[in-house]
Write a protein that binds this ligand. Sequence first.
Ligand code: MLC
Ligand code: AMP
Length: 511
Amino acid sequence: MERNANLYTVLRGGFPSDLGAVAIETPERSYRWSDIDAISGRMAALLHSFGVPAGARVAVQVEKSPESLMLYLATLRAGLVYLPLNTAYREAEVAYFLGDAEPAVVVCSDSAKGWCEPLARARGAVQVLTLNADGRGSLTEAADAQEPAFDTAHCASEDLAAILYTSGTTGRSKGAMLTHANLAANALTLRDFWGWRADDVLLHMLPIFHVHGLFVASHGAMLAGARMVWLPKLDVDQALHHLPRCTLMMGVPTYYVRLLSDPRFTREVCANMRLFISGSAPLLVDTFREFQDRTGMTILERYGMSETGMITSNPWDPARGARIPGTVGPALPGETVRVVGDSDQPVGVGVPGHVQVRGPNVFAGYWRMPEKTREEFTADGWFRTGDIGLLGGEAVPDDYLSIVGRSKDLIISGGYNVYPKEIERVIDAMPGVQESAVIGVPHSDFGEAVVAVIVPRTGAMVDPVAIQTDLKSALANFKVPKKIHVIDALPRNAMGKVQKNVLRQQYAALE
Ligand code: MLC
Ligand code: AMP
């Protein structure tokens, strides 16, 4: 029989031989490696008992807890497909995901069950369970009655492990299908490239419904058999409390901006740390330098996306090269990155172009969107990232990539992707609105902030405050514009296209 490619089997191979050692520590309690095995085993047995076919989706919108990580592992172990959803998503957004993915099992919080269960049932879910921030709920209650020993399902490498929804430029989210092999390849590469060690202690403060917190951070720790200090979210006081006994931290740039904004964040607090990693959004060179000055440590910036996991990374090992601010480093081992012009032909070193990637980490396509999948790959198999970058440059080695822009109309706010089209569609459907344009403007905390510019219909009045309130009920809070401007007409070029660059300049100041 072929080797079991189930990702859990790969991760399990990294657990230490002493399964009684602490694996996850929260401010309230500790979980041993044996608990991970047992709790995920009980949950997997429960999922298995539902009799849903291999490959069925398990959609999960719950607060972060160790049990929510166990649910992810249980889904892998049961041979089902994990579909995490941002807790900020509102009912209308969740309805779309459930309708598109048709999950057999849906897990939400008790407080969301009232609206989530009917949505899920109407879209074919056979089980709706709950899991709350304290790790309790109907899921854990039912799992407690199961046996802890569970034979992890046999998977082929191309079997799906997860579907991550990532917004589309048309405003319609696409489900990126990731296989067990995709995730394992990236996790094993990062373990080696970042020199993960069994005695590492990871400060885990990221949400676990995206690549960064779920895959990059948790997989790394599990594969290394390293302990995680597990906090529900970024909290600077808590971070300052735990950092002195941690060795590794990952965050989006906002995490570093917020740490630096606290004078208690000092060299002494970081004395035990060996690595700070940043990604998901551009790290400003100023932040990189201020961090160096304050702590004596150099943030390692890497670059990736939902469809591919991590693509490039500045080196951890100085023998491989320096960490250069403003760059995201060379392609990770086993992957190839190229920068091309509009006709997919590579451009020279130092010339900006479209970033494309190939490698075992690259996803299997968009869920039920073969056409879209074809569009995003070149004929010879390169994935189009939608990012604009350049290789090399002044005083930068030729294999180092710098991300200098995006061809996709995308705003990244505090590490969350916001697609203007999605918000524009909601605003344009509001009474009195002729049209709108949503842009990202610089923001000291979130990197970019969402701003909307609205043109009312002739004779109509629009009230920015009322629009903001309506948007809050329709969209996740991080997508709601921080500021709304009402103007007479949008600037357009000769082709009739809205000139967002003009708007970005005009409305750059938030105040
Ligand atoms: C929260 N708010 C945001 C926001 N997060 N606004 C804009 N952008 C964001 N990211 C707003 C809320 O709407 C609310 O406003 C107010 O801030 C307080 O909300 P909160 O929930 O208390 O915020 P906070 O806990 O401070 O969260 C901020 C944050 C969080 C930066 C800690 O957004 C975060 O953890 N981001 C990480 C995202 C991440 O993990 N990305 C990885 C994607 S993977 P109001 O008005 O409602 O009160 C990926 C691939 C890769 O990209 O390469 O890694
Ligand atoms: P997501 O679709 O949420 O996975 O977001 C992926 C996108 O985040 C990438 O296509 C980039 O635009 C952006 N991104 C991730 N890491 C970085 C980085 N270090 N610098 C600049 N942009 C980044």
